[in-house]
Ligand binder design. Sequence first.
Ligand SMILES: [Zn+2]
Ligand SMILES: [Zn+2]
Length: 247
Amino acid sequence: MPATCYRCAAESPLPVPTIDLPSQQGDPFGVCQECSSMACITCGVRVQGDCIFQCVMCFSSIVLLTESLGGDGDDGGPGGGGGGPGGDDDNGDGEATGRPYVSTAAFEALEPVLAALSSDERRHYHEHLDAYLGLVVDYAFDEARREEIDERLGVTAVADAAERARRADLRRGAQRLARDLEAASAAGVLRRDLLADAFGVASYAIAVPPGEEVTWSRLMMLADVRLRFIVGAAASALGSSIAPLSA
Ligand SMILES: [Zn+2]
Ligand SMILES: [Zn+2]
C-alpha cells in the first residue's frame, strides 16, 4: 500500500478542494512533527519561520490558537502548554518566540493554499466571533446555560460514562479557553482575527462545517481541548441560530 495522507484517509471522503492544487491530494509530502501523521498538500503546512512541518489539525492549535492568545514561548505540543498567555513565558533567554502569523493578512500571505481551502470556515468565525466568545463564557461558568446548550447538543439527562466524559471534556475546553482569553485580553496580546482563523482552520481540519453535528471520533482528531469545545459544541449549538456557512 502506498504512503497515504492520514487526514485524507481518516476523513474520506474529504470535500473536493475548491482551488487548483499543485499536486495530487492524498500524496504525502511531509510528516507532522507533533503527531507523526503524514500529510498532503491540503492537509499540512510547513510552518514559516520555524521551518517545521505540521498537519492542519496540529497547526490550528499549536500555531494559530497559540499565536492568537499571544504565544506561549514554547512549542507546547498537542493540547498546548499549561502556562497560558498570562504565565511567565519568556524562558529568561530573551529570545523572540513569536511566529510571523501576526494577523489574518499575514496568515493568508504566508499560507495561501491553506487560507484558500479554509476560507469558508474562517469567514464564518470572523463574522460570528462575538457570539462564540459569549458562548465560551456561558458554557464555562453558567450552569443553567450549560445545561441548555447540552440539551441542544442532544446530551441526555441520564448520561453513560462515555457521555459524561464527553461533557467533561467540553466543559474543560470552555473553561480553559475562557481563562486564556481573559489573560490574553488583560495582557493586551489577544489577536481576535487570528483567533477566528484558528477556529476556522480547526473546523476545516476535521472537515465538519460549522453548524453540522460533529461525531466524537472526528472531534477527537483535534488535540486541543479548547478547539474541541469550539468546533464540537459551540458551532453545533450556535449553528441553528446564526447564518449558515454558505450564506
Ligand atoms: Zn490529505
Ligand atoms: Zn499533526
